[in-house]
Design a protein around this ligand. Structure first.
Ligand code: ZN
Length: 124
C-alpha cells in the first residue's frame, strides 16, 4: 500500500485541528469494488481534530465506480460518497487512512446494483 493517504499529525497537535485533502488514483485500491471497479481518482477530504490525547479524523471519500448490473451484467457507472472516520494517538507522528478509506468504500457499495428498474434479462 502506498503512502499517499498518510498524514502528519504535527499541525493538529500544534493547532488543534488540520484540514485533510488528497486525491489518489484508483490503482491504489485494486479489488475494492466487489462486482466492478473504481473509475477515475478517489478524493478524500476531511478534518483532523485533537480530542484529548487523540487525533480524530472525520471526512468523506468520493469518486465514481462502475458496477455490473446483477441481472444483465451491463456496467452501471455512478458516483459514491463514503464516510470515513478514524482516531489515533496524537503522539503517533502520522495517521494512515488507507485501510479506513478501503473499508468505507467497501461498505458504501450497494448489496445489489440493477441497471434500470425494468431490467428483465433474467426471467423470474
Ligand atoms: Zn441490467
Amino acid at each position: 500500500m502506498a503512502e499517499v493517504l498518510r498524514f502528519p499529525l504535527r499541525e493538529v497537535k500544534e493547532k488543534g485541528e488540520s484540514p485533510v485533502a488528497a486525491t489518489v488514483p484508483p490503482e491504489e485500491f485494486p479489488g475494492v469494488v466487489k462486482y466492478g471497479e473504481l473509475v477515475g481518482p478517489l478524493s478524500l477530504t476531511g478534518r483532523l481534530t485533537a480530542q484529548g490525547e487523540e487525533a480524530v479524523f472525520e471526512g468523506e471519500a468520493r469518486g465514481r465506480w462502475r458496477i455490473e448490473c446483477a441481472r444483465c451484467l451491463a456496467p452501471v457507472e455512478d458516483e459514491y460518497a463514503a464516510r470515513v472516520e478514524a482516531r489515533v494517538s496524537l503522539d503517533g507522528g502520522s495517521l494512515d487512512l488507507s485501510d479506513e478509506v478501503r473499508q468505507a468504500v467497501v461498505l458504501a457499495q450497494p448489496i445489489r446494483t440493477i441497471c434500470r428498474t425494468d431490467c428483465r434479462t433474467v426471467k423470474n
